[in-house]
Design a protein. Structure first.
Length: 319
C-alpha cells in the first residue's frame, strides 16, 4: 500500500456500514484510512495505461493477472479498457470488495496461481504493493514464473513503497504490520533482468508536482518528498518492431529522486547564502562609509581645534 504520513489516532474515523466481525475486514479498513479511497487509487493507477494499451497493439486478446488484487482498482480499470482481467488475493475483506464490484477475483496464492498458468498466456502480470509482503525467495519465483507466462512483449508491473524517501524508509513503511522489508529500486529492477526480461523501467510515483523544477527546496522536502512509491516495469523480449512500440513510455522519466531533491536543496541553499553574503557586504559597505564620515568629521574637528589652539598660542607668544 502507499505509505503516507501517519495520522493521529484521535483523528481517525472508520466508516462502517456493518459491524466488523472477520479478521479480513481489518486490512480493508486499514487501507481505507492509510492508502486512500478506491477512486484515488484507481486514478493513480492510470499512470500505467500508456504501457498497458500498447499491449493491445500486439494482441487481439489481452488477458492480465493481478497478484494481491486488493479492492480491485486495477482490475476495474483494465476491464474498462478492454482487457480480460483476473485477480487473486488471500484477504477475505479485499475479495469482498471485488465481489461488490462484480470483478473476477479468487482466493488463491500468488505464486501457486502463476505456476498453474500456461506458457505465454498473459500480456500483463501485475502486483501493486505485494512485493514488500513476500519473502525474497517467493518474490524471485514470482518474477521467474511471470517471464514464463507472459507473451512476447508482455509486461511485469511491480509497485512498492520507495525507501529512497527517508520518511517512508524509516517510518511509514512500518505502519503496515504485514510488511517485511523495504526493497530498494536497484534491487527490484535487477531481479527481472537476472531472470531474462529484455528491459526494465523504474517509475517513481506520487511526488509533489509543485517541487518539479522548484528553485526553493527545504530540508524537510529532501527528507519527505522524494517519490513515496515506485514501480518496476519489465518487458519480455519480442521482435524489434514490437519492442519499438513501447519506446516512448520506456524513455520517459518519472518522479523525483532523492539525489534530484538533494541537489536542488544545495543549489537553493547556496543561492540563499550568496544573497545573505551580498546583503551583509552591502550593510558593511554602508556602515564603513558612515564610519569613515564620522571619523573624518572627528579628525577635521580635532584638526580645526589644534589649528585654532596653535594660532592662539602664537598670538600669545607674539604679545
Amino acid at each position: 500500500m502507499k505509505p503516507q504520513r501517519p495520522k493521529s489516532a484521535t483523528n481517525i474515523t472508520i466508516k462502517q456500514n456493518k459491524p466488523i466481525k472477520q479478521k479480513g475486514d481489518f486490512y480493508r479498513a486499514f487501507e481505507d484510512v492509510y492508502r486512500g479511497t478506491r477512486e484515488e487509487i484507481k486514478e493513480r493507477l492510470r499512470v500505467y495505461l500508456p504501457f498497458a494499451l500498447h499491449c493491445q497493439e500486439l494482441y487481439d486478446e489481452c488477458k492480465i493477472l493481478d497478484l494481491g488484487c486488493g479492492r480491485g482498482e486495477w482490475l476495474e480499470l483494465m476491464s474498462e479498457n478492454g482487457f480480460k482481467a483476473f485477480g487473486v488475493d488471500l484477504d477475505d475483506g479485499m475479495l469482498d470488495a471485488c465481489r461488490e464490484k462484480a470483478l473476477h477475483a479468487e482466493k488463491k496464492d500468488a505464486l501457486a496461481t502463476l505456476e498453474q498458468m500456461p506458457d505465454e498466456s498473459l500480456v500483463i502480470v501485475s502486483g501493486f504493493h505485494i512485493a514488500e509482503h513476500l519473502s525474497f525467495t517467493i518474490l524471485q519465483g514470482v518474477v521467474e514464473q511471470s517471464l514464463r507466462v507472459l507473451k512476447p512483449g508482455g509486461l511485469l508491473i511491480l509497485e512498492t513503497p520507495n525507501p529512497e524517501n527517508i520518511l517512508v524508509g524509516a517510518m511509514s513503511f512500518y505502519l503496515d504490520p504485514t510488511h517485511l522489508r523495504p526493497l530498494p529500486p536497484q534491487l527490484l529492477s535487477f531481479l527481472p533482468v537476472f531472470y531474462g526480461f529484455e528491459r526494465t523501467k523504474i517509475l517513481r510515483l506520487q511526488d509533489s508536482p509543485k517541487l518539479r523544477g522548484s528553485e526553493k527546496i527545504t530540508i524537510l522536502d529532501v527528507l519527505s518528498e522524494t517519490s513515496p512509491d515506485y514501480a518496476v516495469i519489465a518487458q519480455k523480449k519480442a521482435g524489434i518492431k514490437r519492442m519499438a512500440l513501447f519506446d516512448d513510455v520506456f524513455k520517459k522519466e518519472y518522479g523525483l529522486t532523492l539525489e534530484t531533491l538533494g541537489n536542488s536543496y544545495e543549489k537553493s541553499l547556496s543561492k540563499e547564502i550568496e544573497t545573505a553574503v551580498e546583503t551583509m557586504d552591502g550593510i558593511m559597505a554602508r556602515n564603513m562609509g558612515q564610519v569613515r564620515e564620522e571619523i573624518g568629521g572627528h579628525v577635521s574637528g580635532i584638526w580645526a581645534h589644534l589649528t585654532e589652539s596653535g594660532k592662539a598660542s602664537g598670538e600669545e607668544l607674539e604679545a
